[in-house]
Structure formats: structure tokens, C-alpha cells
Design a protein around this ligand. Structure first.
Ligand code: BG6
Length: 506
């Protein structure tokens, strides 16, 4: 995260992508590199090395990436400026690309990679700097880092070496700890960039600006004035073609200790003293450390059955490819957290996320305490409502404040109204798939938006009791919500027992 205007990266480096033929590379990493290239934000001296199991030539790999990019650019997503690839930008980017077939688990492949990198470095003048991007399946994270270390590729004698590690970082607290221990034997913490792509979203980064760059909000951002916080990350998509992955993962692991907790941390953290990466990351870790230990009563799970979304009938989770017909895996999770510190004690944070909900809708909604309404006791009200501050993360990025106003007329009649800020009205946003800032920051050596070992472990520690409770007690009630509905009844009960209600999912 840079202060001020971004300029082309001052560094030069190679970017080695493990999993060069995979989905993540095609869908997100390469499109983000293309967007950066278009804005002239890539390092001037740059080389991309694709590394994967299959044999193919440089040209075949480039063409695969080009064709995929063409497809997504052509589909008219907001992530790209025009419906056509800017061929001159692509050609320049493609000229930096080479491909190397290798086995992630074989030492000889890493010797080959070292030679390949030396060649690319002497051609392009990269000062020995390399980012290794692990876009491979997570079972390879530990072995790849070990092999890089054994091949001398992590040594920073000539130039820096950084490793980007994708999600999932572990499957629970013990496995996350074990992975940290393993990679920290080879790398220093300042070489490790653990990604959570929610931090690449502008609206998520903006939470810090909203809270700390304004005199208005921070004084009321606490238990004196806030009743509770609701965080919703709803998706209308199902599990798409990811049945195998999802059967091992489920909604809780897939979304909560990572993406939803990033939103919790941004909302709940204490003001950092500076933009220093460690300062910000420490403040976020403090939030997780202060969460009151969860008990099974603080969480509910759900699984979608068939239903209707946008007028289309969709199959239930158990009918999806590569899913067991009696699967007990959850596709919805809701949690009630409390944070035992001076700012938040007594203010519940309700979190929910799920697949096949009515729409794609991510928001952080903060409810302020009621005004004492004596003055208006006898006043007619229209749809009088409480004061909500809603941070709309996606889609329609913006911020909305709901409050009560007098309806024009001779009598005092109250009605709930809203003030709206929409990003699109104020800023021309550079097209982005969400990985641009993260890649740029990694080239620049800025770890602010990446997870430190203690943050990841503290987040897993919060959900560990739920993971264990759910593993021990299979639920017989699945499926318990219809696709297109707002989730299982148990989620309503979770919040209603505190006398509150979920906001609608729009
Ligand atoms: C991924 C999860 O990390 O995030 C997916 O594995 C989920 O299951 C996705 O769909 C959501 O990200 P976004 O940016 O589309 O909200």
C-alpha cells in the first residue's frame, strides 16, 4: 500500500509462477500483470517464468494465456477497460515470458530453474531479484519452499528473494503452525508474502481511510455508541467446478479465518501509529487475540439444497460434480464473535457467508445505538429506522449512512433516509482484478497487505474450537437452506436470540 501516486516499480526482478498452467494464473495473476503493464506500473526490467508439470513451449504458454485473457476481457467485466486486449501492451508483457517444465518435488528441476533464472537475469539485467509465486495446490507449499532453499534459490546474497504464498494457508491451527515452522526454517519472515486477496480490494483498503483520515467517525467507533456489527459475504455462485477442493474445505475454512476476518480486523483494529507494515499487522493481530474464545453455540452451519436464483433452477450442493451424495460439508457459516477489549467489549460482531445466497453482496454494517426518543414519543413515523453505517464492499462499492429525518409538511413525521457515497461517482477507477496492488506491493517489498505468521495463526486459533466441534458432530439436517434463500433458519436464531435481526441480502 503506497502513500501518494504510484509510479513504475523502482526495482527489477523475475517473477517465477509455480502452477503456471493453473486457473489462478490464468484468471487472476496474468490479468493483473496485464493491467499493471497497461498502467506502466511493472518494473522496467522484468521477466516472468512459468513453471509447471506439463511440457510446453514458451509460445504455447503465451498463447494459452492470451486466449484466456481475450475471453475475459471480451466478456465486458469491469476489471478491464476495453472489450479488446491492447495488443501492444500484451506483446510487451508476453516478450518477458518464458516457460519451464519441471517437477515441484524433484531437486533436478530446481537446478534447471536456477540455470534458467541466471540466463534470464543476464539477458534482462534483473540484479538477482526474484519473486516466487506459489499458485500451486497447497500441498506443494512446504515442499516447494524446502526445494528452493536446498537449491540455494532463497539466498539473498545477490539480490532479494521473496515467496508469495496463496490461500489456503493451512487447514486448521496445527497445520498452519506446522507450515509456518517449516517455511521459516528456509525463509525470513520478511521474505514471505501470504496473500489474502480481500486486502487487494479498494473498498477494504478504504476502511482505514474512512476511520483514520476523518475526525467524524473514530470518536464514536466504540462500545459507547455502537450496538453491533454485521458482516455479510454472500455469493450467488455455487461451488462451480471445485467440488474436490470444497469437500475438503467447506465455507468456514474457505472464507472465515481469512476473508471475513480481514474485514473484522479492518473494522475493529486500533489506530496504527504509522503505515509501517508491522505496525498495521500488529494492530490487526491484536484484534484476533482479543476475540473471546468461541463455543459451538456461537456458530451455525448450512448446506444448500436445490432452489432458484435469478429465475434459474440450480442444483443442490450434494448434486454438484465431485461431491458426495451424503456430504456433510457446509456451504454456509455464521458466527457470533465478541472482542474482549476496551473498545469493543459487549458489542457483538455477527458474521455470515455462504454460497448460493440470493446475490453477490459483501457489506460491513455498523448499527449505532438508538437515540432516546422521548421527544418523538407521539410523533408519527413512516419507516423509522435505526442509524446504520454500511460499508458496501462489493458490488456497487460505496458507503451509505442511514438516519432519520423529518418528512416535509406541517407536522413532525419521521422517516428513515440515506446519504450515499459511490466510488463510481467520485473516482475513475483503474481497471483491476484485485491482485494488482498485491503484486505491485510485493515487487516493492511492502508487506502491509500480506499476512504475518502470527496473524494467520491467531485467526485460525479463533475458529479452531468450531472446526473441532463440527468435525465431531456430523449434522443430519443437511441440506438446510434452499439455493436463493438467505441461509438456514439456525442463522436467524443465532442473531435473534440477542434480540437482533440480519439485514436483508440484496
Ligand atoms: C476465494 C474462495 O478465496 O474467494 C472462493 O476460495 C470465493 O470460494 C472467493 O468464491 C470470493 O472472492 P471474491 O473476490 O469473488 O469475493
Amino acid at each position: 500500500m503506497t502513500e501518494g501516486k504510484r509510479q513504475r516499480c523502482a526495482t527489477c526482478c523475475a517473477l517465477v509462477i509455480f502452477g503456471a498452467g493453473g486457473d489462478l494464473t490464468k484468471r487472476l495473476v496474468v490479468p493483473a500483470l496485464y493491467n499493471l503493464a497497461k498502467q506502466d506500473l511493472l518494473p522496467e526490467k522484468f521477466a516472468i517464468v512459468g513453471f509447471d508439470h506439463n511440457e510446453k513451449t514458451d509460445d504455447v504458454w503465451r498463447k494459452e494465456l492470451h486466449d484466456f485473457l481475450e475471453q475475459i476481457v471480451g466478456s465486458g467485466h469491469g476489471e478491464f477497460e476495453a472489450r479488446k486486449i491492447h495488443e501492444s501492451v500484451w506483446n510487451k508483457l508476453a516478450s518477458t515470458m518464458s516457460y519451464m517444465a519441471g517437477d515441484f518435488l524433484e531437486a533436478a528441476s530446481y537446478t534447471k530453474l536456477r540455470n534458467h533464472l541466471q540466463r534470464r537475469d543476464s539477458e534482462a539485467g534483473l540484479d538477482g531479484n526474484v519473486v516466487f509465486y506459489l499458485a500451486a495446490a497447497d500441498r506443494f507449499f512446504g515442499p516447494i519452499v524446502d526445494a528452493l532453499g536446498e537449491a540455494g534459490l532463497t539466498s539473498q546474497e545477490k539480490g532479494w528473494r521473496r515467496v508469495v504464498i496463496e490461500k489456503p494457508f493451512g487447514h486448521d491451527l496445527p497445520s498452519a503452525k506446522a507450515l509456518n515452522q517449516r517455511i521459516l526454517k528456509v525463509l525470513n519472515e520478511d521474505q514471505i508474502y501470504r496473500i489474502d486477496h480481500f486486502l487487494g480490494k479498494e473498498t477494504v483498503q478504504n476502511i482505514m481511510a474512512l476511520r483514520f483520515a476523518n475526525g467524524l467517525f473514530e470518536p464514536i467507533w466504540n462500545r459507547d455508541r455502537i450496538d453491533h456489527v454485521q458482516i455479510t459475504v454472500a455469493e450467488s455462485i455455487g461451488i462451480e467446478q471445485r467440488g474436490k477442493f470444497y469437500e475438503q474445505t467447506g465455507a468456514l475454512r474457505d472464507m472465515v479465518p481469512n476473508h471475513l476476518f480481514q474485514l473484522v480486523a479492518m473494522t475493529a483494529m486500533e489506530p496504527p501509529a504509522s503505515f509501517g507494515a508491522d505496525e498495521i499487522r500488529s494492530r490487526k493481530a491484536d484484534v484476533f487475540k482479543a476475540v473471546h474464545p468461541l463455543s459451538p453455540d456461537d456458530a451455525v452451519r448450512g448446506q444448500y439444497g436445490s432452489g432458484e436464483i435469478n429465475g434459474k433452477t440450480v442444483a443442490g450442493y450434494r448434486e454438484e460434480p465431485n461431491v458426495a451424495p451424503d456430504s456433510g460439508v457446509e456451504t454456509f457459516a455464521a458466527l457470533r464473535l465478541t472482542i474482549d477489549n476496551w473498545r469493543w467489549a459487549g458489542v457483538p460482531f455477527y458474521l455470515r457467508t455462504g454460497k448460493r445466497l440470493p446475490s453477490r453482496w459483501t457489506e460491513i454494517a455498523i448499527l449505532f445505538k438508538h437515540a432516546p426518543l422521548t421527544l418523538f414519543r407521539d410523533t408519527p413515523t413512516g419507516n423509522l429506522g435505526p442509524d446504520w453505517l454500511i460499508l458496501q464492499i462489493q458490488p456497487d462499492e460505496g458507503i451509505r449512512l442511514r438516519f432519520n429525518a423529518k418528512r416535509p409538511g406541517t407536522e413532525m413525521h419521521l422517516e428513515s433516509v440515506a446519504m450515499d457515497f459511490k466510488y463510481a461517482d467520485w473516482f475513475q477507477q483503474a481497471p483491476a482484478v484485485g491482485y494488482e496492488t498485491l503484486l505491485y506491493d510485493c515487487f516493492e517489498g511492502d508487506q502491509t497487505l500480506f499476512q504475518r505468521a502470527d496473524q494467520v495463526e491467531a485467526a485460525w486459533a479463533v475458529v479452531q474450537p468450531i472446526i473441532e466441534a463440527w468435525a465431531e458432530s456430523a449434522t443430519k439436517e443437511f441440506p438446510n437452506y434452499a439455493a436463493g434463500s438467505a441461509g438456514p433458519k439456525a442463522a436467524d436464531a443465532l442473531i435473534e436470540r440477542d434480540g437482533r435481526k440480519w439485514r436483508p441480502i440484496h
